[in-house]
Design a protein around this ligand. Structure first.
Ligand code: PGA
Length: 251
């Protein structure tokens, strides 16, 4: 059985200016100490350089929140993989539910982006999946999430699949203060691992890091991560505050 290192990533979404990012980094570095947990902050594109510089010489990773699947072209407003490689990001969040909901991200574009990242860089993708409230209330969460995993991983080799970080984020728990119960989070992360095993093999699914995301706070982090299939968290709101984010890392 593979030893998976817990991974706590912050997702700043569209928060923090350069000055605010710098102030966060200074405060966070003062609190931060190396632990058995990996960590990273996924920030707006314009703050990536600032964070790379601020976190140089530490084990704190830096991630982007999206990438286009073409190298260059007439795609106004988009950022490409070569551009992110130049900045030196360690992670890229792909298929966040907000991008699926407001920016026409589909399983098809998510799949193209995963293939691009894994085929042409050493950057680790953080793939977000999860059901909405209607789907959960209709008892369809397993079907929805298994379908996303199957479509998003299509065409990836086992070696590529093993590198993907999957973030299970029930949409009804994002930014709502309504966290999934540890049982719900555990069940769904187990289901995702089993699905990856069905698509590949046991060795591959053993290596995949699976995070839970949705209203994770210092107070609920250890309960959420008690299940052996939950390897960490993708943290929105609480990652904006150094003490709170550090509190989650210290779960
Ligand atoms: P939240 O966001 O922690 O603010 O609920 C999680 C996410 O969207 O990644």
């Amino acid at each position: 059985m593979a030893m998976r290192i817990p991974f706590i990533a912050g997702n700043w979404k569209m928060f923090k200016t350069k000055a605010e990012a710098k102030a966060f980094a200074e405060e966070f570095k003062a609190l931060y100490h190396d632990t058995d947990v990996k960590t990273a902050i996924c920030a707006p594109f314009t703050q990536l350089d600032t964070l790379k510089e601020a976190f140089a010489g530490t084990s704190i990773g830096v991630g982007a929140q999206n990438v286009h699947f073409e190298d260059e072209g007439a795609f106004t407003g988009e950022v490409s993989l070569p551009m992110l490689k130049e900045v030196g990001v360690d992670y890229i969040v792909i298929g966040h539910s907000e991008r699926r909901q407001y920016f026409n991200e589909t399983d098809e574009t998510v799949n193209l982006k995963l293939k691009k990242i894994l085929g042409e860089s050493d950057i680790i993708p953080i793939l977000c999946v999860g059901e909405n409230l209607d789907q959960r209330e209709a008892g369809k969460e397993a079907e929805i999430v298994e379908g996303q995993i199957e479509a998003d991983f299509a065409g990836l080799t086992a070696e590529q699949a093993a590198k993907v970080v999957v973030a299970y984020e029930p949409i009804w728990a994002i930014g709502t203060g309504k966290t999934a119960t540890p049982e719900q989070a555990g069940e769904m992360c187990t289901l995702i691992r089993q699905k990856i095993q069905a698509l590949y093999d046991e060795d591959t699914c053993d290596q995949v890091i699976i995070q839970y995301g949705g209203s994770v706070k210092p107070e609920n982090a250890s309960d959420i991560m008690a299940n052996g299939d939950v390897d960490g968290a993708l943290v929105g709101g609480a990652s904006l505050v150094p003490e709170k984010f550090m509190g989650i890392i210290n779960f």
